[in-house]
Design a protein around this ligand. Structure first.
Ligand code: 9YT
Length: 133
């Protein structure tokens, strides 16, 4: 059994920050659940482009208002509390946060946590950045 609180996890390296968002990974690969589970905050007024080539991701909006655009077809979908989106085709997308967005995110395969190090630290190769933005 694993029991954690967001409040405790936020005080550890499970919390990562970026220019437009911050995220606390409550469950990671080494928890052996087959997925990772994150609570992500996107800052108000920001735009974040993402492309998870190697992961499937599902995202549930807990609070805030925004929109998501899939880049291959230019479709725009509103994001509001209660909305879930699933990137079942590894869709390239842009998330626009009109207000602060609080999201619960699941990744399959699970994120290891190491991606963060690449992304925020030593090796910010373009493709690495997009993979874990
Ligand atoms: C909303 C969203 O795409 N969240 C992704 C997870 C976050 N960027 C993270 O934990 O790296």
């Amino acid at each position: 059994m694993i029991v954690r609180t967001l409040q405790d996890a936020e005080k550890t390296e499970r919390r990562v920050t970026s220019e437009t968002w911050e995220s606390t990974r409550l469950l990671l690969k080494d928890d052996n659940m087959g997925f990772s589970f994150h609570i992500t905050t996107l800052y108000a007024g920001t735009t974040t482009e993402m492309w998870y080539r190697n992961h499937l991701e599902s995202v549930y909006c807990m609070s805030g208002e925004g929109e998501i655009e899939t880049l291959d077809d230019g479709k725009v979908y509103p994001i509001a509390p209660g909305t879930v989106y699933a990137l079942d085709k590894h869709d390239k997308h842009i998330l626009r946060a009109k207000t602060e967005l609080k999201m619960a995110c699941v990744f399959n395969p699970p994120v290891t946590g190491r991606e963060v190090h690449d992304e925020t630290g030593a090796y910010p190769a373009e493709e690495d950045y997009k993979e874990m933005a």
